[in-house]
Design a protein around this ligand. Sequence first.
Ligand code: ZN
Length: 193
Amino acid sequence: MIHPDTVLQFISPEIGYGVFATRPIPQGTITWAHDPLDQILTPDQVRGMPEIYEEPLARYTYRTPEGDHILLWDLARFMNHSCSPNCMATHYGFEVAVRDIPQGGELTVDYATLYMTPEESFDCYCRAAECRWKISADDAEKLADEWAGRIQTGLLRIGEVDQPLLHLLRDGCLQRACGDHGVPYQLPLRRLF
Ligand SMILES: [Zn+2]
């Protein structure tokens, strides 16, 4: 489920739609969390689907390390890629804001963090100063340390900001994510809602 302070907006015919903040969303906010309405499609299910689903599967799903396709039920599936994203995906079914996102700012994520397959790649025109131009599965290994650092900057503030999606996280996920990134996990969080 995407953060409630977001809205879908049309950007351009080339880009299509994107997800924008309707209020400031501070660094450390959980901006998306997997929830029970998201549809999980196993590799066998995907292989058995008619060709007509190929394009929407490629466009609107992301993959897990196990190879499942996840179709997000809400506008989270319209989040665009950036080589300098303000949201980062953790390995625990949630994303965290790694910078302050101003009201009207677009929420973005790096698609290479979403378990691309070796045969997948795309040209990028995100206009970020650090744009990689070509996005591929290889990026995950090359950028692992940099991504971990960015996630850490978000997790360090996780107890300081409102967290309307916190109740969606599975038990222990936040603790494990903090542990992976060397962030002390402190309960209680200042404000949950
Ligand atoms: Zn780019």
